[in-house]
Design a protein around this ligand. Sequence first.
Ligand code: C2E
Ligand code: MG
Ligand code: MG
Ligand code: MG
Length: 292
Amino acid sequence: LAMYQAKAAGRGSAVVFQPWMHERSQRELSVTTALRRALREGGLELDYQPLVRLETGEVTGVEALLRWRPADGPPIPPDEFIGLAEAAGLMPEVDAWVLDRACADLAAWRAAGVPLARTSVNVSRRSLTPALPTTVLAALARHGLRGEDLCVEVTETSVAPDPAAAATVLLQLRAVGVRIALDDFGIGQSSLSELATLPVDVVKLDRSFLAHAGERDGDALVTSVVALCTALGLDVVAEGIEDRATAARLAAAGCAYGQGFALGRPQRPEQVVGVIVTGVGGVRGNALTVPR
Ligand code: C2E
Ligand code: MG
Ligand code: MG
Ligand code: MG
């Protein structure tokens, strides 16, 4: 490990092995071992967060968000374990598990008459491979669903290493009706050029976009980005809406859809059902609206 660290630091530089390096690698090892066990024996769960039409409060979809609640410890947030799972080569397996569970839940809701249009699933850059369409189609088929029932969320970062290869995979998903969302839009490098060339249906504006909402220039920025996306024929979802005033401002800026704590927290599948059925308050009035 010390040798590896030294190599990583570059030619000719000497890195002295530090105790924290050992501790860190031990923790990574124990986390990936426990994650492998969770995949085999259970311990992974999905929470769902509503995607909302801002004007009406209608729930137009839900996003599946992975939760790991180890039996013998505190819950581990995805931002902490997904990086480790990627490094350990576990993400294709994790994402396949998520796809299957998300399809199972959607099929169960449909069978119970819950009017949900689709579920969005995040896909790691490590899973954005030629094998992905097969994995997605298998999950849909197992639960009697169609491509239209699913939206796959990818990030600029996952597409960046090889945009042409990523586009090929995304086009195959699209060909069977799966919608593609570009997640965390606005925090990457090549945002605008990417948008025009990638086969994408939905753009999710990162929460950092909202940091300046309310300031004059901030609102101008949001309004122009929304207009640009709309001109490209894309649906726009604003992420991380934490208060109703921001929701109203985004709607005024032309943003049709939103997601955030103010519109609904990620919650257990049993709980999100009620929200799907009743909707949440829209920015037009504060009435609860019933989706179609
Ligand atoms: P993301 O896909 O951009 O998901 C949105 C994240 O923002 C979620 O965090 C959600 O809980 C959080 N969020 C939602 N509304 C608000 C808000 O109003 N304020 C704030 N501060 N945060 C809000 P979470 O669940 O911790 O997920 C973090 C990231 O982990 C996700 O970002 C996604 O990149 C990744 N992830 C989550 N589940 C999966 C999964 O099943 N597979 C893969 N590959 N990645 C996943
Ligand atoms: Mg997402
Ligand atoms: Mg996001
Ligand atoms: Mg995000």
